[in-house]
Design a protein around this ligand. Structure first.
Ligand SMILES: Nc1nc2c(ncn2[C@@H]2O[C@H](COP(=O)(O)OP(=O)(O)OP(=O)(O)O)[C@@H](O)[C@H]2O)c(=O)[nH]1
Ligand SMILES: [Zn+2]
Length: 187
């Protein structure tokens, strides 16, 4: 992130701290605006970095068998409260034209989509769209299970509640058996 933008965040953090009644000059808070600016640059990096480029596609014997990368841990920030929501993403696709993605790239795609303010439903769809953008598939399925800090540490205080979201494209949407294979593989 550019220096100027970092300074803007630092000023904003100072304003918030002052507004909640804190003394921004006390020792413990002196470095905080700078740290928060650095943290936002990291956890929101995909807002500026629009294009996902770190992926590789390989030839494979696999023509139409499901590939599922399960339990991909992620951290994101809810766009309503700017508090974390985090959990696991499960991403499956069915290759087309004997082409498969490098497995780590699936996890990298989840991370990329997570690094912006978001709602869980949209994150689920963005991951599926990104897979389809980078490799030709017969279908993609994404499920996310996550806990939202905005529901746990404030407001309704529904601690431990888990939100599950699902999104299907292609054969996962059209064929119930394929969708059920995916759901069974998540158990
Ligand atoms: N659908 C969806 N809602 C979310 C997500 N993250 C947070 N929310 C919800 O966003 C809503 C915002 O509601 P508001 O009434 O505008 O805000 P609020 O007064 O802080 O709401 P409470 O959390 O109920 O106290 C809340 O119901 C949150 O639970 C998400 O990923 N998906
Ligand atoms: Zn929230």
């Amino acid at each position: 992130m550019e220096q100027e933008k970092q300074l803007q965040i630092e000023e904003a953090v100072k304003t918030i701290l002052t507004a909640i009644g804190e003394d921004v000059d006390r020792d413990g808070l002196k470095e905080t605006p700078k740290r928060v600016a650095k943290m936002y640059a990291e956890v929101f990096s995909s807002v500026q970095e629009k294009e996902f480029t770190n992926y590789k596609v390989f030839p494979s014997l696999n023509e139409d068998d499901m590939v599922l990368v399960k339990d991909i841990e992620f951290y994101s920030m809810c766009e309503h409260h700017l508090l974390p929501f985090f959990g696991k993403a499960h991403v499956a696709y069915i290759p087309s034209d004997h082409k498969v993605l490098g497995l780590s790239k699936v996890a990298r795609m989840v991370e990329f989509c997570a690094k912006r303010p978001n709602v869980q439903e949209d994150l689920t769809i963005q991951i599926a769209n990104l897979i389809n953008e980078k490799v030709k598939t017969k279908g993609v399925a994404v499920s996310i299970e996550a806990e939202h800090m905005c529901m746990a540490m404030r407001g309704v205080k529904a601690r431990g509640s888990v939100t599950k979201t699902f999104h299907y494209q292609g054969v996962f949407k059209e064929d119930k058996d394929v969708k059920n294979d995916f759901l069974r593989a998540l158990d």
